[in-house]
Ligand binder design. Structure first.
Ligand SMILES: [Zn+2]
Length: 176
């Protein structure tokens, strides 16, 4: 893991790709603020716990209900992609924005992120396939070989992996 600015950590390959993307965006006159990159199991557990508490402070619900609601925005420890070091949350104003994709920075990302190996991990229109609500701030580095194809055919990661498996059923599964 190497630092990528603002205390945000990413895997080496994701950080290098992020820097290239960041510089290209700056050349076009835009900037985004990275909010969160690699998170350890303990950090994720703390974040999840805080979110559950937040829900319980706001609504009168059981612990199970609070967990269900919390998991729409924060994954439980062990099930967050942030623990792999290839995912990053970004923003144009320092907050997680549900309308990020309609900001200038979001439009730039939609047009260009794939060129640097990044994909929008949880598109709003594919929540039935990804199992997660839309997260317009959450990008994942998968490498340009994969991101180019996924962009061309508008596939989310689950669809792409299913396609790869169908094409090559004997292939050994590798962490993307
Ligand atoms: Zn995220």
């Amino acid at each position: 893991m190497i630092p990528s600015g603002n205390d945000i950590r990413l895997s080496l390959s994701a950080a290098a790709a992020y820097k290239l993307m960041h510089d290209a965006m700056a050349n076009d006159g835009y900037a985004v603020i990275p909010l969160s990159g690699y998170r350890s199991y303990n950090e994720q557990m703390a974040m999840y716990g805080e979110q559950v508490e937040l829900v319980r402070a706001e609504e009168e619900v059981t612990l199970e209900e609070a967990k269900f609601i919390a998991e729409k925005t924060v994954a439980e420890a062990g099930s967050s992609e942030h623990q792999y070091g290839n995912s990053i949350d970004i923003s144009s104003n320092g907050e997680r924005q549900t309308d990020f994709l309609s900001t200038e920075q979001g439009r730039w990302m939609t047009a260009n992120a794939w060129k640097y190996g990044f994909i929008l991990r949880y598109p709003a229109g594919k929540s039935d396939i990804t199992g997660r609500e839309g997260e317009p701030w959450h990008y994942r580095y998968v490498g340009t070989v994969h991101s180019e194809y996924m962009n061309k055919y508008k596939l989310c990661l689950e669809e792409y992996v299913a396609l790869c498996k169908a094409e090559c059923p004997d292939a050994v599964e590798e962490e993307l």
